[in-house]
Design a protein around this ligand. Structure first.
Ligand SMILES: C[S@@+](CC[C@H](N)C(=O)[O-])C[C@H]1O[C@@H](n2cnc3c(N)ncnc32)[C@H](O)[C@@H]1O
Length: 336
């Protein structure tokens, strides 16, 4: 994933928009949840069909302003809440007839280009990376966590092979000056031994920091669990991911709940009846050649979707156990 390379376009481009619409089928009406409103690209298309309603969330308060403009056209057909999607259950939607829920993970072009957010290594200034409703910034992480913790974050969230060298230099340099975006990029350039000329040296470390600061692993896992609870029978759950960790989580969650077997490790194996989901297509949907030519950021997008088989609110899943190791790394944020 290379969302930190600032794209040359000013316009925000909604990734896989036509594909999302053909999966959610808003032409038949219904209530949809857009968990990542962003610039409102998906929401707008859903609301273009007259019998639809959209409940939209975004953790970034800038999205609230955009939603207020939409409200003028769509009135009560749009309800926006500045909320993290892991807290979807706060909306008390258990008894609503939700037809489709969509997550478009990652960041909008507007967010990447926002110097204050500091998501990109192309800018200078204080390390930030907070999308909204965060508990700590990238500056706190880099300047306060100890070497062991930093190494884990870089290694497992960024798959950075030179983590140790980079961390050693950070620890040395931060004794004298607070590390900012510019000095972090300089440290990475100086210490990285294994260079990959296809991506910027700082790509992996910046990815790791964004995941950690925004607690993307727990956000996604709890978002998926809560979305599954409130979705009604025949409802669609669709997720667009941008990096391999996100995709691994979504793939496992969808696959494990589409199989007819007990998740319990203990005997006896209980027949749980029909699995929670039906998976129509195992392979993810990716951007068409046309979309790739118009928006280069869509090249890492993968869309997976499932259809819910039951109306059950509660269900069993071992997703927390499966990704326990990554969740424990995210918990290092409690030290800040
Ligand atoms: C790629 S953009 C979505 C673009 C949108 N589909 C559109 O067409 O305009 C992703 C959005 O998700 C939001 N986001 C990321 N993580 C979130 C979370 N845990 N809870 C709520 N919103 C989140 C970001 O703030 C950003 O606005």
């Amino acid at each position: 994933m290379d969302a930190t390379i600032v794209p040359n376009v000013n316009k925000h481009y909604s990734v896989l928009l036509n594909e999302i619409i053909s999966i959610l089928t808003p032409q038949y009406g219904g209530t949809f949840i857009d968990c990542t409103f962003g610039q409102g690209g998906y929401t707008k298309r859903l609301l273009e069909y007259s019998n639809t309603k959209v409940i939209a969330l975004d953790r970034d308060s800038e999205s609230k302003k955009i939603s207020e403009n939409f409200q003028k056209n769509y009135n009560e057909r749009l309800y926006f809440k500045n909320l993290k999607f892991s807290q979807l259950n706060n909306l008390k939607l258990k008894n609503e007839n939700i037809k489709g829920i969509v997550f478009d993970l990652g960041y909008s072009t507007t967010q990447i280009k926002d110097v204050k957010k500091g998501l990109s290594f192309n800018f200078t200034g204080k390390l930030n990376m907070m999308l909204g409703l965060n508990n700590f910034s990238a500056s706190d992480v880099i300047n306060k966590l100890d070497s062991k913790d930093l190494e884990k974050i870089f290694k497992y969230f960024g798959e950075e092979k030179d983590s140790k060298n980079i961390v050693n230099r950070i620890i040395k340099d931060r004794k004298y000056n607070l590390i900012n975006t510019e000095s972090l990029v300089k440290i990475i350039n100086l210490t990285k031994k294994r260079k990959n000329y296809k991506i910027h040296n700082a790509t992996k470390i910046f990815q790791a920091l964004r995941i950690f600061v925004n607690q993307e692993i727990s956000e996604l896992i709890y978002g998926l669990i809560n979305a599954t609870k409130i979705l009604k029978k025949d409802g669609v759950l669709a997720v667009v991911t941008f990096h391999s960790i996100e995709d691994k989580i979504v793939k496992y969650f969808f696959k494990s709940l589409s199989e007819k077997k007990s998740i319990s490790r203990y005997e006896p194996k209980i027949d749980q009846g029909n699995p929670i989901f039906q998976m129509k297509q195992k392979k993810p949907i990716v951007a068409s050649k046309k979309e790739l030519s118009e928006n280069i950021s869509s090249r890492s997008a993968k869309l997976r979707f499932v259809i819910k088989n039951t109306d059950f609110y509660n269900f069993e899943t071992d997703i927390l156990e499966k990704f326990k190791f990554l969740l424990e790394i995210e918990n290092l944020g409690n030290k800040l």
